[in-house]
Ligand binder design. Structure first.
Ligand code: FMN
Length: 379
């Protein structure tokens, strides 16, 4: 049987209040049917209990964050995830404040459920973006791409938003909590997009037992419900997934981008290769294509020109950094899967078909509930 078919359970079915706020047509899964919100059996009750802290924090039914993905996580996917009981997060990326405001307003037109906004800390107008979130009453601001400046955290909190930060190590996690982070995400190197050096397997062991002050969400390489259950049992408040939601029916990613995900295997999603340690490259995990092959040649050519005295070190470094400018947009929006950036996590191998966001979530939750049942049966 197709896992997607047997998965719908009360944890996933839209509540009556959601039905009062009809969303974008694409947001409604055909399989949605009215049902009581309460867990159906002990396994679902166990799952709901394990997710309670994270779900309370997010204000959603499921402690599942839709990891913000630049160009992918816009109004349609964000609203679809929130409508289906998870917590969608808009990827602000390089948007200017006015553009972000439009996206928030448009998302709210599609869902009355809570969603968040992900801001990249090195954005030159970070404060203005925080102000837009506050002005629009966004409940949760996620700071990504580095340790957020204290004033930005305070600005968001003073405006009434809850602040979520990425913690790459235990010491930094504790520091972020002291600086006011209300929740943390720990993201392992299995993830798609910009990555750190440590796997979620290790980060979870290093951080979860020692940090109980705030909810901690785990991310990176999560593709099935059994893994979600395991991390919840280890003390995670919830999970964040990105790669698994790229092929949601509601995602506006180009059909060729989605096809690349459906075809891709874990071993195809590799971090960028740095040719020379004097010219650092920020690691990004992506499906290999002609662009990733050309990037190696490009680095080699630029480094040769530096050695020949044609380029200064700074100019060479900038040239290398600019190689991928606009490349994610080219792949996601224009469908240029040969030269664009196919950012994807290792869980890409578990993406098998396009499916409504609600069905993907239902499948994950059914797998988690089945695992609870198997444990109870001693299996
Ligand atoms: C295509 C793509 C784009 C992403 N863009 C962003 C981004 O703009 N900001 C961010 O904080 N994380 C970004 N991420 C990371 C996701 O938010 C999420 O943490 C990650 O996908 C989780 O790991 P997984 O891919 O293994 O599920 C991106 C990931 C992908 C696959």
């Amino acid at each position: 049987m197709n896992d997607l078919d047997h998965a719908a359970g009360p944890l996933l079915v839209p509540t009556p209040e959601a039905a009062d706020h009809p969303a974008h047509p694409a947001v409604h899964p055909a399989s949605a049917r009215p049902a009581p919100d309460a867990p159906r059996d002990g396994a679902e009750a166990t799952l709901a209990r394990l997710m309670a802290r994270g779900a309370d924090f997010l204000g959603s039914r499921l402690a599942v964050l839709g990891g913000a993905m630049s160009w992918v996580s816009e109004r349609n996917l964000v609203a679809a995830l929130s409508e289906a009981g998870a917590f969608g997060v808009i990827a602000c990326g390089a948007m200017e404040p006015d553009r972000l405001r439009q996206e928030i307003v448009a998302t709210r037109a599609l869902t009355a459920r809570p969603f968040g906004v992900n801001l990249i800390t090195m954005h030159p107008r970070l404060d203005a973006l925080v102000d837009v979130c506050v002005e629009q009453g966004v409940g949760h601001v996620v700071f990504a791409g580095g340790i957020p400046p204290g004033p930005a955290i305070r600005r968001a909190k003073d405006g009434g938003a809850r602040v979520v930060c990425f913690a790459p190590a235990l010491a930094l996690a504790k520091k972020l909590v002291r600086s006011g982070a209300d929740a943390l995400v720990i993201e392992g190197s299995e993830a798609g997009g910009h990555i750190g050096p440590v796997s979620l397997n290790v980060l979870a062991q290093e951080i979860l037992p020692h940090l109980r002050e705030v909810p901690v969400f785990v991310a990176g390489g999560i593709g099935r419900g059994e893994a979600i259950l395991s991390y919840l049992e280890m003390g995670a408040a919830g999970v964040q997934l990105g790669t698994r939601f790229v092929c949601a029916a509601e995602s506006i990613a180009h059909p060729r981008f989605k096809q690349a995900f459906i075809r891709g295997a874990a071993r195809d999603a590799l971090p960028t290769v740095q040719l020379d340690e004097s010219f650092p490259v920020i690691p990004v995990r992506a499906l290999q294509n002609n662009g990733t092959r050309r990037f190696l040649e490009h680095q080699a050519a630029v480094i040769r020109r530096f050695r020949d005295g044609e380029l200064s070190k700074e100019a060479a470094q900038l040239d290398i950094e600019h190689f991928w400018a606009g490349a994610l947009r080219r792949a996601v929006i224009d469908g240029d899967v040969e030269e664009g950036s196919l950012m994807a996590g290792q869980s890409v191998g578990m993406v098998r078909a396009e499916a409504p966001a609600a069905a993907i979530l239902a499948e994950l939750m059914a797998q988690a509930a089945d695992a609870v049942r198997a444990r109870a049966a001693g299996g």
